[in-house]
Design a binder for this molecule. Structure first.
Ligand code: NI
Length: 135
């Protein structure tokens, strides 16, 4: 088994809050990320695909194909969007890095050969990142 990875990037706005909490409670739990007028992050994404090398091509997955899948189904959907307002997956789901990672993973899982393992790492800042591989 061998792993290949592709990096991608998108900018999105979000706000972390619960409607059923008041502003003070939201501020206490979510800090600055709860400010009412939204704020942006420069998200970096690393998508890793693990499998056997196809003896015919020498590839685990064609990285051009993987790049196109990420561009079409993740970047187009999230880049320069307000995650709370513009992206249906976040209706009723707080757009934390954790939840964004799960949403991205679910989208990509549908598009990549089931024989291949899929893991993503999502950086919300240089120092804060989450990892998800479906379990
Ligand atoms: Ni934030």
């Amino acid at each position: 088994m061998i792993t290949v990875s592709r990096k991608a990037h998108f900018n999105s706005a979000h706000r972390l809050y619960r409607e059923d909490w008041d502003d003070a409670q939201n501020l206490k739990v979510f800090g600055k990320c709860s400010y009412p007028n939204y704020h942006g992050h420069n998200y970096n994404l690393v998508v890793s695909v693990t499998g056997e090398i196809n003896p015919e091509t020498g590839f685990v997955i064609n990285l051009k194909d993987l790049s196109d899948i990420i561009k079409q189904h993740v970047e187009e959907k999230l880049d320069h969007k307000n995650l709370n307002l513009d992206v249906p997956e976040f209706k009723g789901l707080i757009p934390t890095a954790e939840n964004i990672a799960v949403v991205i993973w679910n989208i990509l899982r549908e598009k990549i050969d089931k024989k291949l393992l899929l893991k993503i790492v999502l950086y919300e800042t240089e120092r804060n990142f989450v990892e998800y591989s479906g379990a």
